[in-house]
Design a binder for this molecule. Structure first.
Ligand SMILES: [Zn+2]
Ligand SMILES: [Zn+2]
Length: 356
């Protein structure tokens, strides 16, 4: 089968890879749709970050070259002999989290911050930029009848947004500011809206992304190239928002998120960083602000886990996938029309779906 494989920085090759064997607890999934994620762009442009190079990943046992793609949906085509809760023909979204099951966080149920955290499609274990993948059945989350198969590829990024919003502790009526409106920023906007947020400010330099933020539920759109976002937010709210989200991963937005938050407010950092930042700790200390990080999501199908919640919220229309998706491409075009297009500062792309 054809797959897109990471060999090194700016070196992703679409090539023939062997389709895996289905073991007793595994399922084979024919991939329908796999989104290109900001993390994939980091691995392509500045990696490896999550991709194991040389030393194999402790859970997958694999190192680069590895098949990429961790935001995907597909249809089960084969089930192992001890799999009882899935059958051929079932539409599923893949929970890509790889964890050890033994560290303190795993034992406490917080497997998404496992000491050995990894992701299918970044850390080995196959990936969604391929015609099919073999995963342990516990990674396959049923989509049911009410979620279109293609929308299943957005369960992963929407779960990132939902987890960030839940971790921020926002309550109905709270004012919110989101810095950066890529796919995760737009997911945060949608989930904050679903959580009952009041005014939602977004700061985003690209026109097309601000328009999509409005579609996703933002009420105040700020172009930081034209308007000082901190001044605007602080003036409009009489002192700052209750909760800010940093979703761009650069120093100016990190500090703007802190400075846009009211004393005793919360800043949630969602980005994965290529470099460190300089900040003044007094911004946190003098206003008793809370600065918190958030990673991934709980990826199981149960109602207590974010994947299960997102599937339900897609099924009942609480979340609207359409503002996120800007293009659909074939696997052969993944580098030029996918990665390079998303890295182009002039491009209007947000989420590109690859259809292997
Ligand atoms: Zn992702
Ligand atoms: Zn663990």
């Amino acid at each position: 089968m054809q797959a897109a494989v990471w060999y090194g920085r700016r070196d992703i090759r679409v090539e023939e890879r062997a389709a895996g064997e289905v073991g007793p607890t595994d399922v084979r999934v024919e991939v329908d749709t796999c989104g290109i994620c900001g993390s994939d762009l980091h691995e392509y442009a500045a990696g490896p970050i999550f991709i194991p190079e040389g030393e194999p990943h402790p859970v997958s046992g694999e190192a680069a070259p590895i098949t990429m793609g961790h935001e995907f949906s597909g249809v089960v085509s084969e089930v192992g002999e001890s799999v009882t809760d899935l059958a051929a023909g079932d539409p599923v979204a893949i929970n890509p989290i790889l964890c050890c099951g033994e560290c303190r966080q795993c034992v406490e149920g917080n497997y998404h911050i496992c000491d050995a955290i990894g992701f299918i499609g970044l850390s080995g274990g196959g990936g969604g930029f391929a015609e099919s993948v073999v995963v342990d059945a516990q990674h396959a989350v049923p989509l049911g009848e009410d979620v279109p198969l293609e929308h299943g590829a957005l369960v992963e990024p929407l779960s990132v947004g939902l987890h960030a919003v839940r971790r921020s502790g926002i309550r109905a009526g709270d004012s919110v500011a989101v810095f950066g409106c890529g796919p995760i920023g737009l997911s945060v906007v949608q989930c904050a809206r679903a959580a009952g947020a009041g005014r939602i400010f977004v700061s985003e330099p690209r026109d097309a992304r601000r328009e999509r933020a409005a579609d996703a539920g933002a009420s105040d759109l700020v172009d930081p190239a034209a308007t000082d976002a901190v001044d605007h937010v602080v003036a409009a709210t009489g002192g700052g928002v209750d909760a800010a989200f940093e979703v761009a991963g650069i120093e100016p937005t990190f500090n703007a998120a802190l400075e846009s938050t009211r004393p005793s407010g919360t800043v949630t950092v969602v980005s994965i960083w290529e470099e460190g930042v300089t900040m003044h700790p007094n911004t946190v200390v003098l206003g008793e602000r809370t600065l918190t990080g958030t990673l991934a999501y709980l990826g199981g199908p149960r109602a207590s886990e974010e994947y299960g919640m997102v599937v339900d919220m897609l099924a009942d229309g609480t979340l609207d996938p359409d503002p996120l998706v800007t293009d659909r491409i074939g696997l052969d075009d993944i580098v030029d029309d996918g990665f390079e297009s998303l890295l182009d500062e002039e491009s209007d792309q947000v989420k590109i779906f690859v259809k292997p």
